[in-house]
Design a protein around this ligand. Structure first.
Ligand code: ATP
Ligand code: MG
Length: 343
């Protein structure tokens, strides 16, 4: 049995429509009109024990709505969900004991309480045995560097400090299933790295099943072997990250600022010209065929370079390309779930 089983899951929001003015408000009271918005549209997937799966898609694709239904916060309009054999909405309390949730956009900790007081309360709510709680606190103090934060009220914390605290609060009861909705949003690279390392070590070592929503391809590359991509509420790809990386992630762009006008360049194999400006040139290279340093050294032999920068493929772009059928042989249909790697 899979840990999470989702079948034909659908969520349609009914958004009240109001005509302008007092007349419109009164009319709305007696004859309300609604517009329907299908946020999640008959999606199917299964997650096994120990899988860390990236759930990605552009803004408004339906990721958070899916997570809210999986956690039991929202009731589906159609289809079914089983998390550890339970219906998360009907069996909300039993379900809550087994899951940990982080919504990166919103804190779940008590704003005015010192972190340690929040953690104490959560440990009591989840009946974490005191000895185990102490062990977990010691562990998190190290892995999340929480030591100096324990006495600080959440409202006085920086974004990065809050996020580390949120993770501790979500995982202190060692849940079997973890939902992370944009856990690295707005964080600097160092905190992101720390959080990724923590998720990998903590969730990986305990065989937790993790569903991770993010716009950061780095999160996905470091944590997930499988991704599910949704667009306009529908699953458009479910399979190994490797397939996507091979197809799209092999390219990098490198932009050089030069001191003089850009001549026509001779480029190493696997590298092509994307654009030239007055004192600027952008190249794209296949990093399987060549490296950034090979490209840079070839260019620097031909022109004087003032500065250069490298950029990663953009996730939103990749998703768009996949949506447009760019991954024809990689299993773009929802049924491609079979293509997923073993946990
Ligand atoms: N409570 C709600 N009432 C009405 N519409 C909603 C509600 N919540 C979400 N939606 C709509 O459902 C769609 C999916 O929203 P959702 O928040 O799931 O997207 P998302 O993939 O998480 O996007 P983002 O990357 O911006 O967080 C959007 O069009 C959104 O406007
Ligand atoms: Mg969201």
């Amino acid at each position: 049995m899979s840990v999470i089983e989702v079948e034909n899951l659908t969520k349609v929001f009914k958004i009240p429509q109001k005509d302008p003015g007092l007349g419109g408000a009164i009319k709305g009271l007696f004859a309300p009109r609604f517009q329907s918005k299908t946020a999640v549209d008959r999606i199917n997937f299964r997650l096994d024990r120990g899988e860390i799966v990236g759930y990605i898609g552009v803004n408004g694709a339906g990721k958070s709505t899916t997570i809210k239904m999986l956690t039991g916060v929202l009731m589906p309009t159609g289809g079914s969900i089983r998390v550890l054999g339970r219906d998360p909405h009907r069996q909300r309390i039993d379900n809550a004991r087994e899951i940990g949730v982080v919504f990166g956009q919103r804190t779940q900790l008590w704003w005015d309480l010192a972190l340690i007081e929040s953690l104490n309360l959560i440990a009591r709510m989840y009946d974490v045995p005191p000895a185990r709680y102490k062990q977990m606190l010691d562990e998190f103090s190290q892995t999340l560097d929480l030591g100096s934060l324990l006495k600080v009220p959440v409202r006085n914390m920086s974004l990065g400090q809050k996020m580390r605290s949120e993770l501790a609060a979500a995982l202190i009861h060692e849940p079997k299933v973890v939902y992370l909705d944009e856990p690295t949003i707005g964080l600097d690279l160092i905190v992101k790295e720390r959080i990724r390392d923590f998720i990998k070590a903590e969730c990986g070592s305990k065989g937790m099943t993790v569903m991770l929503t993010t716009h950061d391809l780095g999160d996905i590359e470091q944590l997930c072997r499988r991704v599910i991509i949704i667009d306009e509420g529908r699953v458009i790809y479910d399979g190994p990250i490797e397939t996507i990386k091979k197809k799209f992630g092999k390219f990098r762009e490198i932009t050089f600022e030069t001191t003089g006008l850009v001549p026509s360049l001779s480029l190493p194999p696997g590298c092509e010209l994307l654009s030239t400006g007055d004192r600027k040139v952008t190249l794209r290279f296949d990093r399987i065929q060549t490296t950034a340093s090979q490209v840079a050294s070839a260019v620097m032999k031909q022109i004087e370079v003032r500065d250069f920068s490298l950029s990663e493929p953009d996730l939103a772009n990749i998703v768009k390309q996949i949506y447009n059928g760019a991954l024809d042989n990689g299993g773009v249909e929802p049924e491609a779930a079979d293509a997923r790697p073993a946990p």
